[in-house]
Write a protein that binds this ligand. Structure first.
Ligand code: G3I
Length: 381
């Protein structure tokens, strides 16, 4: 080998080492760039972010993500807090932020038993009982008005959220199921399609990749909707995970099963509890390790507690464990990139998260990427 060729070889082999300090090839990329050809990378946003009072938050969102979901502002309690009184001020600012910055704007959600104002479940003034007819009218007006208001501006709606119970495979005993019956699901999808014909329509739920009975019912639900002439375009797997559950194999299997139904698969609310068995003494009690679901009002109770007492920063070992788990999960998503159309994180920073107690996100309170962020980047080959 000539001296010249030897030098070239040395130079070539040492290229990664002599690239400018500070920025490696991986760090120069952003999440949305790394996954550009695979799926959208979304984040759930709050008013401080989309109204840009949280300037750093808004900037980080625009740098890293190309889709947004409204963490709360399009839920029934916000859009129709009183019978027939619709309020779209916050929702309009959310959608405008997305449009202004060319983000894929998601609607969350049209029908849910939670964050549902009390009046919806009560009989009208003077009546003794809430009838099927009255509740169907309320559901119809709500869906037509809200989805109609944003017609043509929402990429896809979580039409129905969490309609299946845990552990039994039964439908959830919500007011809609109790008073209307299973058909409320068909009606909701048909009305959403009528209100905004070009929006994609999703069924969204948690633990479908952990609870086989729940997953079986969700599959049956998709078939039932289609058999009754309703269009459903996608399944939302919420993805409220912890360090061990569900297993990568179960996530893999579940994505495959929904993809086989010809559905777009979305991970809609991803977060991973970094602390396996977090106990918040005196406030919430121990969170189960085997369930991704804290007690019903844990988020609310946590909020009160969390303001005065933020969680301790993660140890390096915990950061590593979280990063490895995110890397593992995104490895599965990458494998299924032909079926997955979007992966959305349920919040930007740990400080924004409903599960703040468990530091579940990939940016810390100071808007800095955690090791988990780099693990996610690395999983895009
Ligand atoms: O709106 C009030 C505000 O006026 C008041 O100042 C404040 C005081 O604490 O509370 C505010 O409401 C809270 C709201 O979040 C906004 O911060 C509610 O108490 C609180 O319950 C609510 O929690 C939301 C939760 O849904 C309610 O079920 C979380 O932010 C939101 O992340 C969470 O999101 C859900 C998805 O929609 C569906 N899947 C599960 C996921 C996690 O629970």
């Amino acid at each position: 080998m000539t001296h010249h060729r030897f030098l070239s070889l040395v130079l070539l082999l040492s290229l990664p080492l002599i690239s400018p300090p500070g920025l490696s090839a991986t760090e120069a990329r952003t999440l949305k760039d790394a996954y550009h050809d695979a799926f959208l990378i979304g984040v759930a946003v709050n008013p401080a972010q989309f109204e840009e009072t949280d300037k750093k938050g808004a900037e980080l969102i625009l740098r890293e993500f190309n889709s947004i979901s409204p963490e709360n502002v399009l839920k029934w309690e916000h859009t129709e807090p009183r019978d027939g009184e619709f309020t779209f001020a916050a929702g309009d600012r959310y959608v405008a932020f997305g449009e202004q910055h060319h983000l894929a704007v998601i609607g969350h959600n049209l029908v849910w038993h939670n964050q549902l104002p009390a009046w919806v479940s009560q009989p009208p003034a003077g009546a003794e009982k809430l009838t099927r007819e009255v509740l169907l009218d309320r559901l119809h007006r709500h869906i037509m008005t809200v989805a109609g208001h944003y017609r043509g501006r929402i990429l896809g709606w979580d039409v129905v959220n969490e309609a299946i119970a845990d552990g039994t495979g039964a439908y959830r005993d919500s007011v809609f199921y109790r008073v209307i019956g299973k058909e409320f699901l068909v009606m909701a999808f048909k009305w959403a399609q009528e209100a905004d014909p070009h929006a994609e329509l999703y069924y969204n739920d948690y633990n479908l990749d952990q609870d086989d009975k729940k997953r079986a019912t969700a599959i049956e639900l998709i078939k039932y909707l289609r058999a009754n002439g309703a269009r459903v375009d996608g399944i939302g797997l919420q993805g409220h995970y912890n360090l061990t559950y569900p297993s990568a194999a179960k996530i893999d299997e579940t994505i495959g099963m929904f993809a086989d139904l010809g559905l777009k698969v979305m991970i809609t609310e991803l977060d991973v509890q970094a602390i396996a068995n977090q106990s918040i003494s005196g406030a919430v009690g121990a969170f189960p390790t085997t369930s991704t679901r804290p007690p019903a009002n844990a988020a609310k109770r946590w909020r009160g507690w969390g303001r005065s007492q933020p969680p301790k920063p993660l140890t390096p070992e915990q950061q590593t464990a979280l990063a490895e788990r995110y890397g593992e999960i995104f490895g599965v998503f990458w494998k299924h990139r032909a079926a997955i159309t979007r992966v959305t994180f349920w919040g930007l920073r740990d400080a924004d998260s409903w599960r703040r107690y468990a530091s579940p996100l990939i940016f810390d309170d100071n808007y800095q990427p955690k090791p988990a962020y780099f693990a996610v980047l690395k999983a895009a080959k």
